[in-house]
Structure formats: structure tokens, C-alpha cells
Write a protein that binds this ligand. Structure first.
Ligand SMILES: [Zn+2]
Ligand SMILES: [Zn+2]
Length: 304
């Protein structure tokens, strides 16, 4: 049966944090695996505060190397070493990731004893099979090589159809278990494939992270019908030119993208202290796309 996916907003500010908002970071829990998207300043304490489990399978995704998205990384890695971490950590980010980390370790004359599996993204678009989910990336329209990410949970096997199994003469027992796990079996000299006794697959969820970006059509394509779009909304709706100059979006731009992409739900993050009245901003956003809110630190979304 599908397991709910948790999305926990650890930090929802843009570059300048506030008393209420830390710099950018979002945790996603897919089938007991923790994925952290960006890790700005002071995110370790947010991880503790919001009880995000990081001791087991852990992947950290970096969208780009602006400090508000990655300056918490070394502190977090070294803390896990002090806490005797043994399991590997996967870190994925744009080209330059290896140098970024190496320079940090040299500068601070430190290291960690657990394995770090680094993956530097060099192509503008692509995907990797992460086991329980697929990571897809695409270019954001920001400074330098900046990325957006799609986290696509793999489909679940369909329900086991008892009648079909009995019609094929397969007796209840271990052979049923194998078929339920998606394995082929041999029965009376014939190969039975799981598709013959399982209902259609149950689709996994898709979560899309815009990264820091100007509104763009590639993102609309990637977010098409997504279960959740996490889109930056650095600037308030009334901004006229700064969002263009600084290669960001306004909250209402995020809403337009969500509407065009027909996503199920929109959460706006990377919110600048310029946005003083969240209620007013939310109202403007909802005029364009109803199922939307502005995120806040500690916000938890469960995708069932
Ligand atoms: Zn940023
Ligand atoms: Zn940025």
C-alpha cells in the first residue's frame, strides 16, 4: 500500500533570515528515506526542532551555490561525524560541488569519517534512479548553473487479485507472496508473471522544486499535473522590476506557473522580508490559484 510522503519546511526565507524564518531548506520523507533540498544557515537546529530523522538513508540536494542554499552543509556534515555516523550520505548538486566541499574541508581543516557519495550534475537536464524514487533535474533561470528538481516516487505494485490467482490454479502460500512482491514464479512448468494476477500499478507522487528562478516554461512542463509544487516567491505581488533584475519570482508568478501546470497544490517558499503581510499576499495568490499557501518554518504537508 502507498505510504504517505511527508514534506517539512525547515527554512522558508530568502537570503536574509528573520526571527520567524530560517534560510532555505525543505525535508521530504519518501518511504523512510530523508531527502533534504538545500541547506541554508542554521538548518541543523531546524532538523532537531522539527524532529526530522537523518540517521539512516539520507540524500542532500543542492539547487545552486548561493549561500542561502548551501552554507549549512559543512556544519551539518561535521555534526553527523561527531555523532558517529557510519552510513553514507549522498550529496547531489550542480557542477562545482566537489570543489565546493573540498575547499570547505581544507579551509576548516576538518573531515568526516563516513562515506560521502557525491554526484555532480553537468548536463542541463537528466535523471537518476535513486531506488525508491527518481530524481529529475532541469535548468532554473537564475544566476550561473542553477537547478530545479523533480522527486518522483516510484509506482506501487497493484492490488493482488485473489480470484485471478485461484483461476490460474495457484494455491495460497509462498507463491502468492512472490507474486505480491512483483516476482515471477514457475507453476506447473509455466512462468506466471505478476502482471497476470496484480491490478494496475498505483502511481507514485511527484513533487517539484522550482529552485531560485524567474518564471519559465521549462518549469511549467516539468510541473505538469504534479502532486505538489514548491515554488519560490521571493518578491511581493506589487513588485515591478526588482524580481526581474535579481532573477527571482513574485508570489503571483508562482501562482501563474501552478495554474498553467495544473498542479494539485502549491506551496510558496524563499520568502523575502519585503513580504510583510502574508495574509494579503496569500489572498492575491489565491485569486490566481486557489490551492496555495505561503510556507512558514515548521509547516508539514502530508501527501497521501
Ligand atoms: Zn536564494
Ligand atoms: Zn539564488
Amino acid at each position: 500500500m502507498p505510504e504517505p510522503i511527508k514534506v517539512i519546511f525547515l527554512g522558508t526565507s530568502s537570503t536574509v533570515p528573520t526571527l520567524e524564518r530560517r534560510q532555505s531548506s525543505t525535508a521530504v520523507i519518501i518511504r523512510n528515506e530523508t531527502i533534504i533540498v538545500d541547506i541554508g544557515e542554521d538548518i541543523q537546529r531546524a532538523i532537531i526542532e522539527h524532529k526530522v530523522k537523518t540517521g539512516k538513508e539520507l540524500t542532500i540536494l543542492i539547487t545552486h551555490f548561493h549561500p542561502d542554499h548551501c552554507q549549512g552543509l559543512l556544519a551539518f556534515l561535521t555534526s553527523m561525524d561527531l555523532m558517529s555516523r557510519k552510513r553514507p550520505v549522498r550529496i547531489i548538486g550542480p557542477e562545482g560541488l566537489t570543489d565546493f566541499l573540498r575547499n570547505f574541508f581544507i579551509l576548516f581543516r576538518t573531515s568526516v569519517r563516513y562515506p560521502i557519495h557525491l554526484y555532480e550534475i553537468k548536463e542541463e537536464e537528466g535523471e537518476i534512479d535513486m531506488g525508491n524514487w527518481i530524481l529529475e533535474w532541469f535548468p532554473a533561470v537564475h544566476f550561473g548553473f542553477s537547478l530545479g528538481y523533480v522527486l518522483k516516487e516510484k509506482d506501487y505494485l497493484g492490488k493482488f487479485n485473489v480470484k485471478k490467482a485461484l483461476d490460474l490454479g495457484i494455491p495460497m502460500g509462498p507463491l502468492w507472496g512472490k507474486l505480491q512482491r512483483g516476482e515471477e514464479i514457475e507453476f506447473n512448468g509455466e512462468i506466471i508473471r505478476p502482471e497476470e494476477v496484480l491490478e494496475g500499478p498505483i502511481p507514485g507522487k511527484r513533487i517539484v522544486f522550482s529552485g531560485d528562478t524567474k518564471p519559465n516554461e521549462i518549469l511549467v512542463g516539468k510541473a505538469k499535473n504534479a502532486d505538489l509544487l514548491v515554488h519560490e516567491g521571493t518578491f511581493p505581488h506589487w513588485e515591478t522590476d526588482k524580481h526581474e533584475k535579481y532573477m527571482h519570482s513574485r508570489t503571483i508568478d508562482a501562482a501563474e506557473i501552478a495554474k498553467k501546470a495544473n498542479v494539485k497544490r502549491l506551496i510558496i517558499n524563499h520568502i523575502s522580508p519585503r513580504i510583510k503581510d502574508v495574509n494579503e499576499e496569500t489572498k492575491k495568490v489565491k485569486e490566481i490559484f486557489e490551492n496555495a499557501i505561503l510556507s512558514y518554518d515548521g509547516l508539514r504537508i502530508i501527501l497521501k
